[in-house]
Ligand binder design. Structure first.
Ligand code: SF4
Length: 567
């Protein structure tokens, strides 16, 4: 079922008022790819009545008031993407398109959507509370953070939004506990994965430098970020506290990961895989095309690429669904009236991490003092693509499934390093799962830039490329590789971009068009480098291209002006 979004739907369900109302910056697609749908369905499954208001009109109370006031709490999210990232390009221009808005025109999601929606709720419902923030925008802005769009360090979004609580990361467990506490009238402030504001410094917290200090001093900001990053693993994290004005932002340790049956249960809930009819009348939502018949196989990413926030938001340790759960989902998909036989993606943050577990940690978090994949792949990582091969085979065998693609990115270094099944995996990919072009995150060619990005050197990329084309010849296929590249990452100069151009033309034999200008999104190591202009691990100064013209020039080394699309 869809969660109700109008008063008529509430009435049909026999609910006088919902326990929880979720407000989101995306349109309402009922799918587990959309965080707000997952939270709504998990709460519903736990026995709470939940309504959704998607992309409310912020100029009037007509949308936000249509379900009344919730019995327990408001849940507010900016949507699947941070609203500033969704609305602004890497050089600060307004984006015209929005894949999560009916009709595709970017005119429904305000900048700093979480803050705007909280203000709207308070304007229409005086003294209503509590308001709970969630989703990626809140998660990555939960402590003092650098905000590229205002070129400033901002305090926790919990203070800016004047909300009561913030649930960060994967919040299924935390939100059910929170609803339980609020229903029973208990104090929720010990719930894992929750941030709150306190007048006192709680006794057991690790204290971060105050907001004023980190806003002023780049080294204090770097020190704060290291502590924040190291305390993000549920197995080892301490509670954190940071003074923001006269009060403290308190971050409880992260929620324990959902694993095994608990993880399967979230993906096994009843999702419509469709846009709610109230919103489908307003036009098509592009995001639905890619997520409707796709499957998520796992959460987390061992990669820790410096520019990516997945590790902070989802966690580093990979947690995989069982094969049975994924196959059962594909069988349900086949029965969907719109399914035409193609599963468009079987993946996750990095597709080929499915089923791969650290043998040393055994699902209990990750090492705090070293990375799993760089500078080389840790021998304790049980690197074996066998589970993925078996999963893809099982999906292909389902009656009614004609094609199964893997569109999520893969780590080429993991494929080339897997002596047991890396080659067999790549052969299977070439034979069955590539839709003409395989996308590879090359990112750069120059070692010092790749090191700052937390990426492997390009040796494995070239070995992967050679093997990919050899297997295509053997399998009688004509398929290609496309490469993602990043311009203007901290440490990267125009000279480095020229070297990348030579590498691409000479070694990759093409000039990629997929070049992104680096965007410093909140709470990543690359953003820390952008803000401090220092290598965060050596403290040495690094070059950072900050001018709009210089950043565009770096991109134009690869993509000449006339070919350039929106950044
Ligand atoms: S032992 Fe290796 S693979 Fe396991 S968490 Fe530590 S660095 Fe990662």
């Amino acid at each position: 079922m869809f969660l109700p979004t109008t008063a008529e739907e509430l009435k049909k369900l026999g609910w006088d008022r919902p326990d929880v109302i979720l407000v989101t910056g995306d349109s309402y697609i009922d799918s587990y790819f959309i965080g707000v749908s997952v939270i709504g369905k998990v709460l519903l499954h736990a026995g709470y009545s939940v309504g959704i208001i998607a992309q409310p009109d912020i100029s009037s109370g007509s949308d936000i008031m249509r379900l009344g006031e919730p019995r327990l709490f408001w849940g507010v999210t900016g949507g699947s993407v941070d609203s500033m990232v969704a609305n602004r390009t890497a050089i600060g221009k307004k984006r015209r398109r929005d894949d999560y808005t009916p009709g595709g025109i970017n005119n429904r999601r305000p900048d700093r959507a979480s803050v705007v929606y909280c203000n709207l709720i308070r304007k229409c419902f005086k003294d209503t509370r509590p308001i709970v923030l969630g989703g990626i925008e809140a998660s990555l802005r939960r402590i003092a953070h650098y905000d590229f769009w205002s070129d400033s360090v901002r305090r926790s979004i919990l203070f800016d939004a004047r909300a009561d609580y913030l649930l960060y990361g994967m919040a299924e467990r935390s939100v059910v506990e929170l609803a339980g506490c609020l229903r029973a009238g208990r104090d929720p402030r010990r719930i894992r994965g929750l941030c709150y504001i306190s007048k006192e410094l709680p006794a057991d917290c690790l204290e971060l430098a105050p907001f004023e200090a980190v806003a002023r001093d780049a080294d204090a900001f770097a020190d704060m970020f290291h502590k924040f990053y190291r305390n993000n693993d549920p197995a080892t994290a301490a509670p954190l506290a940071q003074k923001q004005d006269t009060r403290w932002l308190v971050q409880n340790p992260p929620a324990l990961y959902l694993q095994g049956k608990d993880l399967d249960a979230v993906y096994g809930l009843d999702y419509e895989r469709d846009l709610h009819p109230y919103y489908s009348r307003q036009g098509k939502v592009k995001a639905l095309e890619t997520i409707r018949f796709s499957i998520t196989t796992h959460r987390g990413c061992y990669g820790e690429c410096s520019y990516c926030a997945i590790g902070v938001h989802q966690g580093r340790a990979v947690r995989s669904r069982s094969r049975d759960s994924i196959v059962a989902e594909a069988q349900r998909m086949v029965r969907h009236p719109e399914f035409k036989g193609t599963i468009y993606d079987v993946g996750g943050p990095t597709a080929n991490m499915y089923g791969i577990e650290c043998r040393k940690m055994g699902g209990n978090g990750c090492c705090g003092d070293k990375r799993c994949l760089t500078p080389e792949i840790c021998p304790s990582l049980g690197l074996d693509h066998g589970a993925q091969i078996a999963l893809l085979e099982a999906l292909r065998a389902i009656k009614g499934v004609r094609r199964v693609f893997v569109a999520s990115g893969i780590r080429h270094d993991m494929v080339t390093a897997d002596r047991r099944n890396g080659d067999a995996y790549l052969r299977e990919m070439v034979r069955y799962h590539v839709s003409g072009q395989m996308k590879v995150a090359a990112e750069h060619s120059e070692l010092h830039v790749l090191q700052k990005m937390g990426r492997p050197d390009c040796g494995s990329l070239l070995r992967f490329r050679t093997r990919f084309f050899a297997l295509n010849r053997e399998e009688g296929r004509e398929q290609f590789l496309t490469y993602y590249l990043i311009a203007a990452h901290p440490g990267c100069t125009e000279k480095d971009m020229k070297a990348l151009r030579s590498f691409a033309t000479q070694k990759l034999k093409l000039l990629p068009e997929q070049v992104q200008v680096f965007t410093p999104t909140p709470s990543t190591y690359s953003t820390l480098m952008y803000r401090t202009e220092k290598d965060p691990f050596t403290g040495k100064s690094i070059f950072v291209e900050k001018s709009v013209k210089g950043r565009e020039r770096q991109k134009s080394v690869i993509v000449p002006e006339k070919k350039k699309r929106s950044l």
